[in-house]
Design a protein around this ligand. Sequence first.
Ligand code: GLA
Length: 333
Amino acid sequence: MTSATATAPGRVNLIGEHTDYNGGRCLPFAIPLATTATVTVRDDAALVVEGSGDADATGYVAGVVWALREAGWDVPGLDVAVTTDLPIGGGLSSSAALECSVAVAIAGLLGQPLDRPGRRRIAEACRRAETEHVGAPTGGMDQLASMLGSAGGALLLDFADPAAPRVSDVPLPLAAAGLRILVTDSGVRHVLADGDGGYAQRRRECAAGDVRRLRHVATEDARVGSAVAAIAAGDWPGLGLLMTASHVSLREDFEVSLPQLDAAVDAAIGSGALGARLTGGGFGGCTIALVPETGVAAVRAAIDDAYGAAGWEAPAHRVVLPAVGARLIAAPA
Ligand code: GLA
């Protein structure tokens, strides 16, 4: 039996939200939560998907196979088995992790290169799978983060030319600075593939030139530039303030926040975080807080208290640092 296994991480976006499909910049990093896919060649041309806990997984996997064939790969019929430790629809790019894990496993099966150009081609195929096959009009940040992430830092992605995004590595020595990123899952779920949903609506508003939405995009893009400068200078309080300003802009101008996300951000800042914001598309999902390692427990407790006071179920927390991007675990000799 010919099979290959690959794993691909989710991501958090440090700053630069709803900029990727607007020709702007963002600053994501891969996280140590991932999806693992095993693909096994079948005797027939069928595609059979099992596992993952996600009812929509089959559509994403079929989309990846379609996009790789469009890119000229000779993909055979496959059994695909998927497991994940990412929350599905939780704002940490569970979809991109699924797409990239399957695509990298298929690359392993076919002997396709996993150098940087190869990884970029796979990220682009996975983006096409999501936008053209599944119908989620997302922007490309998530797949690049999952394919190109490194343990040393974040990726500065510049979509000024959407057909050829510029990618640069931004070293992010959080651990050396005694800092952590606390991820808090609001438990509220979003659906990006819903054409009538908030994400698609925001895209249409931006395309139509809505002044307030585009004010967010312009100020957010500028904040990404300032964040890169703050990181280079080791100005962590400055980075924190930019993250919080990003959240305010997403709440007031872009209007993609929710009471649960606002409460987590306010509680984090009120209990010692240098800054906090929603991460990902919004309308649910996760917040991130930049927190001194010694203060993580206090910030978690403050967020839990705020949720408790509002009568919401206690959120799940995870402490993350940048992690390596997608990789092959096993492939035919
Ligand atoms: C989702 C999309 C990304 C990006 C973010 C918002 O994660 O998949 O392409 O648009 O929302 O920044």
